[in-house]
Every structure is written in structure tokens, then in C-alpha cells.
Design a protein around this ligand. Structure first.
Ligand code: ADP
Ligand code: ZN
Ligand code: ZN
Length: 832
């Protein structure tokens, strides 16, 4: 009997070690490293992932509990991904079970049992029938058949079943929701070339569309959906059916993936001839891909410098090597054009892992990757776990975006995972951005300043736009000056003038509101009462549509009060979201203006982003108004004016990255205006025109910003010149939190002291510190108080990561006993 070493899905630090189970004989062919299994654990049946199948003689399987069941016919994780999970768990100090779960597509989360059923048109070969008569009969009679009972009844059938699944003769199903069943699509199966030529000769000339369809098949001799073929030649399905009726082509119902892009036609695109600058940037990347020796590159190119074309050609090189490629984009719903460009170049080889797909759709795309039917995966953060076996290239577009860091456990950063995965595959990594993160820029451009990053890319600059379209002109409006002139409105006189001008010319405007810093609360004019969440220390947000007050952290909601709950006054005022206020001001200033507002209120529905952006692209509105999200979807030919309201509202947030984020946002917005024929213009309204972030954005001067900002970071030992680990403790009782926090901090300090790292170098920032425990920026959440400790350290000999891990382990027992929740964020991105 074999043994399975299983990480059971209980996300608790003290159960985070593998447990051994015996593999019963009938499951032996089904279970390997990466399999998902059901095992008895603490009197319950739980899901787990097999991380090893040791064959050593030191384990006596007869003393072990047996694995109850295997949950998938093909293991969802490969041994490589299991190892990557182990690495993640060490790197981000998270339980291994949590790291492994993060790699599974969500359709496989939770305990789902798999059923096997034959596809309706499954054609068994004579050989199949001879070799597995009982199995085929059972499948036809009893399907869907539970995987475990199939395994029990038909020992030795594992290989055949896996093969049939791959061939589409069998399908996987889930019992409860059958979302994973296969959809059928009428597909044209073209005969050989000779047959097609014969057909062409015999179809009468006046049957133009039928002839065109045959001609199309001659040029593209692969099976194609009936509908797709009809669209390709501009006719209807009945034309195709006529061809089938006459026997020229075969028409079959074929299992189709729920390809969310199936009903979209993509213009095929050919590689462009690279400009000299592009070619120079491309050369080292291409060499790294060709040689398969890995390497990370920071491709720093202004918007429009042709980075995407470089990605596409680098992918081409990887595919030519028989390898695969992963492309990460920050928020795929906002970048439909990006997906289009990949689909156009690589067609059906592209799988899109879209955060807004249904679980079933995403699972289909994921299976395409695992089964080798797709070789390029495009997706957001978690696409970094795409189950490829031979990765040649990983691209991370807009490398600086904060969405690459997951804010719940495992709190991983996709960039670090990419570098690690690439190392194992000998793949190249391209990090592209117009405004690289301070971490990557310092590591690539100023390695001599010894930034402390795990990823150390090679710097590649691309400072010019491809076509010589000028960068847009940026004007800064000092709002203090406006006040002095007696203008108390939201819009400066200049912005108002320019807006009026665009309205008159029929051109479009984007207005960006840096939402943070705008109040969205309910306040009593008489007593100053503000509505707070009863469970969190957070002001409730007013939602005009549903007329209620909601907590964005715990979901608590209450109806809008008619009078002040505190003093009874009727002078209670609702401050809508910042964007609502701007919308009202626009309507007042420009009667009849058509505004599309994009914010959390208007984009919560599935597909809402795309809907609004499309409406705006089709010029059904004059103004697109929104928060950060409009900056990302910004690529519209008729936009000639971009206005930024309150550019500095996020600068004073207690987060050392606030200036960096503001600079990135302003640069992104500024770089995107006027990408097309019409020249663009940007107006930034601010109270701090001389602030580094704003002044350097005005001059499109990344280098100047980075120099100053990095100097400051170095002085303060902030990343990348120092590292952070945040530990947050949460519980109902404050004294308990304080004492546990103190215990953690003092033990950690003692460890550091013992290692001789606690002393500061002369005149330097301390090489190791534990700050806190102090109340977290959000001191109470869901009725639990929160305290945090921050570990700040630098120096290669300061092993604070390991000390923290050990100290946390010691804390686990006490925390568990009192029910204190402990969360760890290694290299945190959000200080709030
Ligand atoms: P980025 O990704 O840096 O913003 P893109 O790759 O989108 O830049 O390129 C900007 C524009 O220039 C696009 O319209 C693209 O089609 C075009 N372009 C890129 N490379 C070339 C090239 N070598 N020759 C001609 N046009 C190009
Ligand atoms: Zn009041
Ligand atoms: Zn709340």
C-alpha cells in the first residue's frame, strides 16, 4: 500500500503540517502529488492536497487511516506547483494549506465531488470496447458515476478514463451545481482539400455564400463552429446547413468550452517591424527566452512606447521554442483592449483568466491550459499559477500596480511569485511599466545603493513614443489662488473654460477624482454627530440608490435616518460620494451635459465597467467622471481633455507610498490623453502645486521623482532600503491584545539582541526595530479590536524574517487558547 502525505484544508497555524494516510489499492492509480483528496480528520471528512507520496519503509500504512476519496480524475496541481506553494508559505509566513488553496481555480474550492459521465456523442473505438466492456456499459447505464465508485468498481481503468476525459469522450461534473457540464456547439468538420475542391467545382456560381464558405475552409482547414463560419463569410447558419445537407461538409455537435470570447471576432494581427529603440529593448529579452536561462527585465517605457508589441514578440519567441507564456494585467475588466491584442495575435492559443468570469467559465479556461490546448494565459494576479508545464516567459504589465499584491492570506505579491516560478522553469520575466515601482526601479537602476529586494531586474529603457505624438501638455492650477480670486467652486475657472470649449466642439472629457480624502458620510449640522458602524470604527457610507448607510468593511447596513439619532435635529445632511457631488456640480454649471459616473456605486454589477466604457467610447456622453478606475480604462480617441480634481487629496495619507501612488496616477492619466489624432491636454487642480509628486508629473519627469523619493526612502529606511513585516492581532478584549502584543514584541527583540542586530550603526537608522503594539489604523473591525506590531529591518545579516517566523510560532499556542486572530503581512503594500 502506498502512503499519501496530505495537507488538510484547515487554515490554522498549528495544524499546518502534513498528515499521512494510506492509499487504498483501488485509488492507487488515481492519487499522486498534487491530487485533491477527501480524508478523515478530527472526526470530520475534509479536503486536502497530496504533497508527497513517500514510499519509504519507515511508514507502516496499516497503522494509518485510509484516504476516503479522490476528488478529481486529474490532479489539479503539479508537483512544481506544490513546491511553489511550499516556497510561498515560507516566504509570506502563511499556512501551506492556504497557499495551496490559492492556486486552485475557485470551482475547485470547497469540497466538491466529481462525477464522470460520457459525452452524449461519445464514440468508443472497437479497441476501447474490447479492453473495457464493463466500464463502458456502466458509464452508459449508470452515469453520472461517482469518481470514487468508478475507481472501486473498475481497478486498472484510471489511464483509460484520463485519456477519454482528454479526448472529450467523458466529461467531469459536480453533483450539486452542474456548471461544469459541457456545452455543445454545432461544428463544421471540413473534409480533405480534394473534396473541398470538388465541392467548389460543383456548387453553382450563383450560390455565392456557399462557395465563399468552402473557399474559407480551403484556407482554414480546421473544424470551426457553424455560427463562426457563417459570420466569417457574412451569411447565416442556413447556408452552412445547406452545405452539410448536400454532404459537402460534416456538421457535428462538439463539446465546446464556454469561451467567453467565442462570439467575438478578432482581427488577426501580424508582428510589426520593431523600431530601432524597440529592437534594442527586445534583443536581450529574446536572447534570454531563446537560451532558456531565465532573467528578469524591467522594461521602463512611457505609455505608447511600444511595450505591448515587445511582449507579443517575446511571447512568439517562447511559443517557437515549444514553451508557454503567462501575461499578468492589473485588472482585466478594465483592459479589454489588451486582451484583444493578445487574442488577435495568438487566437485560440490564448486562455483568459478573467476575474469576472463565472466559476465554470474560469474552470474551462484553466482546463484548456492544463490540457495543453492553450499556451498563453492572460489574466489578473492569480493567473501566475496557470498550470503550465514549460513556461518560457512571464510578462507583468503595469508592474507597479497594487493589485498584484493580494491583501488577504496568502498575502503574496505576484511579482515575487513570478520570479520564483520563472527560476524553476528557466523562463524570462518582463516587468513593464511607465512608472515602475520604487522597489524595481532602485534594484534595476541603482543597484549600488543596495536596495533590499528579492527580485533584481536588468534595466531596459524606452523613453520615446513610437509615433512621434507629443506627450500632452499638463497645466497645474493652484486652487489656493482660485480661492483668493473668490472662486469657491469645485472647478477652477480654467477647467470650466476648457470644459465649455470641449462641449462646444463635441469632444470628450475625462474627470478624475482622487476619491480618498473625500468624505462620504452622514453628519448632523446641529450636534456634529456622524453615523458610525456599530461593529467597526469606520464611518458609514451613504448610498443614494438604495437610500441606506453601509459599512464597507463588514457589510452592515441601516436605513437612512430622518432625524439625528443623537439630538433629534432634522438638520442631518447626507454627503454623497465625492463623484456624486461633482456630478451635481457639473449639471448645475453645464445644463444638459451628459455624464457617465464610474465609482463603487455604479460598477458593482457584473460587466458594468465594460458597459460604461463602451458607452463612453461610442460618444454617448460628454464627460466620463470617476475614481482611479477611469484612469485605467482610458484610451479614447475623442478625449482631448483630462481634468484631475483634488490631485493632492491622497498625499497626506499616513502611508509612505502615498507620494508614489499619486505620482503614478497623475502620470498615467497624463500619458493617456491624446493618444490618437487629436492632441490632448491635462489640467491638474491642487492645493500643493510645488509638491514633488505633482511637479514631476507635470513635466513627465519620472527620473526626477524617483531620485528624490528614493533619497527620502533611504533616509527613513523604508522599502526598498529596509523591509517591513506587519503583525495584526484582533480580539474583543483590548488588555489581552496588549499583553500578547507586548509578549510578541519583547520576545522578538530578545531574539534580535541575541543575534547582535538590535544596535544601531553610528548615525544610521537602526537595523532592526519592532514598533508597537499600537492600535491599527482601523482600530476595530467586526466587533474586534485590532493592534499591530511593525517589524522594520535592513541589512543582509539581519534575519528578521526568520526571527519573526519563530516568534509567531511561539505565540500560536497562547493566541489559539484565547481566540486571538493573528495575521501577518510580509512586505505589506498598504499601510492602512
Ligand atoms: P505601450 O504598451 O508602451 O503603451 P503599445 O505597444 O500599445 O505601447 O504601442 C503604442 C502604439 O504604437 C500602438 O498603437 C501600437 O500599435 C503602435 N506600435 C507599437 N510598435 C510599433 C511599431 N514597431 N511600428 C508601428 N507601430 C507600432
Ligand atoms: Zn444631531
Ligand atoms: Zn462594520
Amino acid at each position: 500500500m502506498k502512503v499519501a502525505r496530505v495537507i488538510v484544508d484547515v487554515p490554522s497555524r498549528d495544524a499546518d503540517r502534513p498528515f499521512d494516510y494510506a492509499i487504498p489499492d483501488h485509488l492507487a492509480d488515481w492519487i499522486e502529488t498534487g491530487s485533491r483528496v477527501a480524508v478523515p480528520f478530527g472526526g470530520r471528512l475534509l479536503q486536502g492536497i497530496v504533497v508527497a507520496c513517500p514510499a519509504g519503509a519507515e511508514i507502516d500504512p496499516s497503522r494509518l487511516k485510509p484516504v476516503e476519496d479522490v476528488l478529481d480524475p486529474v490532479p489539479p496541481l503539479s508537483p512544481e506547483l506544490v513546491e511553489l506553494g511550499e516556497w510561498m508559505s515560507r516566504r509570506w509566513l502563511c499556512p501551506l494549506s492556504v497557499a495551496l488553496q490559492a492556486m486552485l481555480p475557485s470551482a475547485l474550492k470547497g469540497k466538491t465531488e466529481k462525477y464522470i459521465a460520457p459525452a452524449p456523442d461519445a464514440a468508443w473505438t472497437e479497441e476501447d470496447r474490447r479492453a473495457y466492456p464493463g466500464l463502458i456499459a456502466a458509464l452508459q447505464r449508470q452515469a453520472p458515476l461517482k469518481l470514487s465508485s468508478l475507481a472501486r468498481q473498475f481497478p486498472g481503468a484510471a489511464d483509460a478514463v484520463k485519456r477519454w476525459l482528454k479526448q472529450g469522450k467523458l466529461t467531469e461534473r459536480q453533483k450539486v451545481e452542474d456548471r461544469l457540464s459541457v456545452k455543445k456547439v454545432l461544428t463544421v468538420i471540413p473534409p480533405g482539400e480534394d473534396k473541398l475542391r470538388e465541392a467548389l467545382a460543383s456548387i453553382p456560381l450563383r450560390a455565392v455564400k456557399q462557395r465563399e464558405a468552402i473557399a474559407y475552409l480551403l484556407a482554414h482547414p480546421e473544424p470551426i463552429g457553424q455560427q463562426k463560419l457563417a459570420e466569417a463569410v457574412g451569411t447565416t447558419a442556413s447556408t452552412i446547413k445547406a452545405l452539410a445537407d448536400k454532404g459537402y461538409v460534416a456538421l457535428e455537435a462538439v463539446a465546446a468550452n464556454r469561451d467567453p470570447y467565442a462570439d467575438r471576432a478578432f482581427e488577426p494581427s501580424a508582428p510589426m517591424r520593431l523600431t530601432e529603440a524597440q529592437a534594442a529593448a527586445f534583443a536581450p529579452i529574446a536572447r534570454a527566452v531563446d537560451e532558456g536561462r531565465g532573467g528578469v527585465f524591467l522594461l521602463h517605457g512611457v505609455t505608447g512606447s511600444g511595450k505591448t508589441e515587445i511582449y507579443l514578440q517575446a511571447i512568439q519567441r517562447a511559443l517557437a521554442q515549444g514553451k508557454e507564456a503567462i501575461v499578468l494585467v492589473p485588472e482585466i475588466a478594465l483592459t479589454p483592449q489588451m486582451v484583444e491584442r493578445f487574442k488577435s495575435r495568438f487566437g485560440d492559443w490564448v486562455a483568459v483568466l478573467h476575474s469576472r468570469l463565472s466559476n465554470g467559465e474560469r474552470y474551462d479556461e484553466w482546463r484548456k491550459i492544463r490540457e495543453g490546448r492553450a499556451r498563453v494565459a492572460v489574466g489578473a494576479r492569480s493567473a501566475i499559477f496557470a498550470p503550465f508545464g514549460r513556461i518560457g516567459l512571464i510578462v507583468i504589465d503595469e508592474e507597479h500596480e497594487s493589485s498584484y499584491k493580494q491583501e488577504e492570506s496568502p498575502k503574496y505579491h505576484a511579482r515575487d511569485v513570478a520570479a520564483e516560478r520563472a527560476r524553476r522553469h528557466g523562463a524570462a520575466v518582463v516587468l513593464g511599466s511607465a512608472t515602475p515601482s520604487m522597489e524595481m526601479y532602485a534594484a534595476a537602476k541603482y543597484p549600488e545603493t543596495r536596495p533590499e529586494t528579492d527580485v533584481r531586474p536588468v534595466y531596459i529603457g524606452l523613453p520615446e513614443r513610437v509615433a512621434d505624438r507629443p506627450m500632452p501638455k499638463v497645466t497645474i492650477v493652484d486652487m489656493r489662488e482660485e480661492l483668493r480670486l473668490g472662486n469657491r467652486a469645485m472647478f477652477s475657472n480654467l477647467l470650466k473654460e476648457k470644459l465649455a470649449d470641449r462641449l462646444q466642439k463635441g469632444e470628450q472629457t475625462v474627470l478624475l477624482l482622487n476619491r480618498r480624502g473625500y468624505s462620504t458620510f452622514v453628519m448632523c449640522r446641529s450636534c456634529g454627530y456622524t453615523a458610525q458602524c456599530p461593529h467597526c470604527d469606520i464611518a458609514l457610507t451613504y448610498h443614494r440608490g438604495s437610500r441606506n448607510l453601509r459599512c464597507h468593511y463588514c457589510g452592515y447596513a441601516e436605513r437612512e435616518p430622518e432625524a439625528c439619532p443623537s439630538c433629534g435635529s432634522a438638520h442631518i445632511r447626507f454627503f454623497g460620494t465625492g463623484t456624486q457631488k461633482v456630478e451635481e456640480a457639473l449639471a448645475l454649471a453645464f445644463p444638459g451635459i451628459r455624464v457617465i459616473r464610474m465609482d463603487v456605486d455604479t460598477t458593482s454589477e457584473k460587466g458594468a465597467h465594460e458597459k460604461w466604457l463602451t458607452a463612453f467610447r461610442e460618444r454617448r456622453a460628454d464627460v466620463l467622471l470617476g475614481t482611479q478606475m477611469v484612469a485605467k480604462g482610458l484610451d479614447f480617441p475623442y478625449v482631448t481633455l483630462v481634468g484631475v480634481l483634488a490631485a493632492d487629496s491622497a498625499l497626506r495619507l499616513p502611508d509612505f507610498r502615498a507620494p508614489e501612488r499619486t505620482f503614478q496616477l497623475l502620470t498615467q492619466v497624463a500619458g493617456r490623453a491624446g493618444r490618437h489624432e487629436l492632441p490632448g491636454e491635462v489640467i491638474i487642480q491642487t492645493y500643493e502645486p510645488e509638491h514633488l509628486s505633482i511637479a514631476s508629473a507635470q513635466h513627465h519627469d519620472y527620473a526626477a521623482f524617483a531620485r528624490e523619493e528614493l533619497r527620502h526612502r533611504r533616509l527613513m529606511a523604508y522599502p526598498p532600503y529596509g523591509r517591513l513585516i506587519a503583525i495584526t492581532l484582533a480580539h474583543e478584549q483590548v488588555p489581552l491584545l496588549l499583553s500578547l502584543g507586548e509578549m510578541f514584541a519583547s520576545r522578538l527583540r530578545a531574539r534580535a539582541e541575541a543575534a547582535g542586530a538590535a544596535r544601531a550603526g553610528s548615525g544610521e537608522y537602526p537595523r532592526f526595530e519592532v514598533l508597537g503594539p499600537v492600535a491599527s489604523p482601523i482600530p476595530r473591525l467586526k466587533d474586534r479590536y485590532r493592534f499591530q506590531c511593525m517589524v522594520k529591518y535592513r541589512g543582509e545579516d539581519v534575519d528578521a524574517h526568520a526571527w519573526t517566523a519563530q516568534t509567531l510560532l511561539e505565540l500560536t499556542g497562547a493566541a489559539k487558547k484565547h481566540g486571538v486572530q493573528v495575521s501577518v503581512d510580509v512586505d505589506p503594500q498598504m499601510m492602512l
